[in-house]
Structure formats: structure tokens, C-alpha cells
Design a protein around this ligand. Structure first.
Ligand SMILES: C[S@@+](CC[C@H](N)C(=O)[O-])C[C@H]1O[C@@H](n2cnc3c(N)ncnc32)[C@H](O)[C@@H]1O
Length: 297
């Protein structure tokens, strides 16, 4: 693939979002700095009858995807869009993975992971399209990065072509029957929107996540055809509504510090984006897919 043919968000657009400041995100994410939808289960709360914590719901999500990708105890795992490294840490620290390689486009995320000096992990500020590993991988996991793989304004067929390039790369890197665990926001099937909703979505696209586009589930599946079989799929929009509501609660609790770090306007933007996200998942304008795919041959 040539640079000109790459159709995802640029490194500049990604840095616009993620390089605000690690301290800002640590005020409202959970302690592991996992910045994607959690997997909630109140029956597993520490105290009977109590809601569970964001921390344990995030750990459950990572475990679900690790198990789905059959990544426990293997030699090499690739995390495409590794954020602040929570999955890398779990893979090597708890699941006995020998080498966990994480790709991100954000320097501040990479700096934080490097500072932690986790044994067996490697973090690279590198687009997956430029990644040329010396060896393949036993499993691939990608959580909340796929939304950045096609830029805003492409046609459906252009988006599918962009996503297909990603699946072709994964196909090259995996052994026969190797798996990808993919978590991504998808478009919901409630297409009835009032003007205020459309304005909120435009605000998120223009101000919070420039150059990014939420895929339709059918685009994800179509772009993986003849390469991967879908082994399992779950859609958890209410889990993302709850995750965003909890992030918003924590941000408001730490509002003074957040304003000192990032400024009043930035905090207002995030309050608006997180509040709107809660509504969009609840209204089914957005969905949250967790997909396990297996290489056919
Ligand atoms: C919402 S964050 C999710 C981080 C992490 N997976 C988590 O669950 O906390 C999206 C991540 O995808 C990365 N990313 C986006 N596009 C990418 C690309 N083309 N190649 C590599 N990483 C990418 C960003 O740098 C960021 O680390």
C-alpha cells in the first residue's frame, strides 16, 4: 500500500485527540487508562448488590478479547491501537505472553508505556500499514482503533477497501486458524435523528475525532470476507453508554484539576462529547461490536 492510498485518520488527527495530556485522561479513565467500552457484569461486583467498578469491567473486557483471540500463553501478540498499554500489560503480566507488540500513533501514549518498562512488551509509534514485523503473530487484538481506519467522507466502497487492507495485513501476519479479536463502535440501526442529534454527531466528528468515521457492521464483515470467518459477535451499546456515563461522572468529580490541565473550553467539549455519547448509545444511533474472526486457511 502506498502512502497516497492510505485512507485512515492521519497521525496529526490522532495526536489532536490523544496527545492532550496523559494527566488529563488519568483524571477520568480507570487506573489502567483503558479508553474503550468496558464489559459490565454487576453479578461479579465485590459486594453483593453493589454495582461493579469501572476497573473490574475494563479488566473483564480485556480478558474477553484475550480469550476470544486465543492469546493466552502464546509467544507473540499484536495490539493494533494499544493506547496507554493496558492490554499489553495484561498479556505479558497475567497471561504469560512472551512478546506483546503495541502500535499507536500517539507519542504521549508511547512515552507512558515506555516509562513503565514492562518486560516482554514493545511499543511502536507506527501505523499498522507501515508495520513490517520480523516474524508473524499468534494472535491479533484491536480495541477501539478501527474507527480511525477510514477517514470522514469516503464512500462505502472506499471504506470497505480501506478496512480490507487492514484484514489483508492481519491475514499475512497470522498462522492458519489464527484469530483477531476486534472491538469497534459501529453505526446503529436507529436512523431517525432530530437536528440536535445530527449537530451533536457533527460536533464529535469535527471537534473530538477529526478524520474518523464509524463503520457499519456490514462493512466490517464484508471487508473481511474470503479472509476470515466470524466466530462470534456481540453488540453492547448499553455497556458503552454506561462506560461513558462513568467517565463523565469522574471528569465532573475532578473538574477543577481537568480545567487546570486542559483549559475550560476543552473540558466543556469533553463533557458535551461524553454526554452525547451516552445518549447515542442509548438511542441506538451507535452500536458497539466485539467480533472474533478466524483465519480460514
Ligand atoms: C480509543 S484508543 C484505544 C486504545 C486502547 N486500545 C484501549 O482500549 O484503551 C485508539 C488507539 O488507536 C490508535 N490508532 C489509531 N489509528 C491507528 C493506526 N492507523 N495505526 C496504529 N494505531 C492507530 C491510537 O493511537 C490509539 O492508541
Amino acid at each position: 500500500m502506498t502512502a497516497a492510498s492510505y485512507r485512515g485518520a492521519t497521525a496529526e488527527a490522532i495526536r489532536h485527540h490523544y496527545d492532550v495530556s496523559n494527566d488529563f485522561y488519568s483524571l477520568w479513565l480507570d487506573a489502567s487508562l483503558t479508553y474503550t467500552c468496558a464489559l459490565w457484569d454487576d453479578s461479579a461486583a465485590a459486594l453483593p448488590g453493589e454495582p461493579e467498578t469501572l476497573e473490574s469491567a475494563q479488566a473483564r473486557k480485556l480478558d474477553y478479547l484475550i480469550e476470544g483471540a486465543r492469546a493466552a500463553g502464546v509467544r507473540r501478540v499484536l495490539d493494533v491501537g494499544c493506547g496507554w498499554g493496558s492490554l499489553l500489560k495484561r498479556l505479558t503480566g497475567i497471561y504469560g505472553v512472551e512478546r506483546a507488540v503495541g502500535l499507536t500513533l500517539s507519542d504521549s501514549q508511547a512515552d507512558l508505556v515506555r516509562e513503565a518498562a514492562l518486560p516482554g512488551t514493545e511499543i511502536r509509534v507506527e501505523n499498522w500499514r507501515d508495520h513490517e514485523p520480523d516474524e508473524g503473530y499468534d494472535a491479533i487484538i484491536s480495541i477501539g482503533a478501527f474507527e480511525h481506519f477510514a477517514t470522514t467522507g469516503l464512500s462505502r466502497s472506499e471504506r470497505i477497501a480501506a478496512y480490507r487492507e487492514f484484514f489483508e495485513r492481519c491475514y499475512e501476519w497470522l498462522p492458519p486458524r489464527g484469530r483477531i479479536a476486534l472491538q469497534t463502535n459501529v453505526k446503529g440501526n436507529n436512523t431517525v435523528m432530530d437536528k440536535a442529534t445530527v449537530r451533536e454527531l457533527m460536533f464529535i466528528i469535527e471537534t473530538i475525532f477529526p478524520e474518523s468515521e464509524i463503520p457499519a457492521l456490514s462493512e466490517v464483515v464484508e471487508s473481511s470476507e474470503k479472509l476470515f470467518d466470524v466466530v462470534s459477535l456481540r453488540n453492547d451499546p448499553d455497556h458503552y453508554a454506561r462506560t461513558c456515563a462513568e467517565w463523565l461522572r469522574r471528569l465532573r468529580e475532578n473538574r477543577g484539576s481537568a480545567v487546570r490541565i486542559a483549559g475550560e473550553q476543552h473540558v466543556l467539549n469533553y463533557e458535551k462529547y461524553l454526554g452525547a455519547s451516552v445518549r447515542h448509545f442509548e438511542n441506538r444511533h451507535l452500536g458497539l461490536s466485539r467480533i472474533i474472526l478466524e483465519k480460514g486457511r
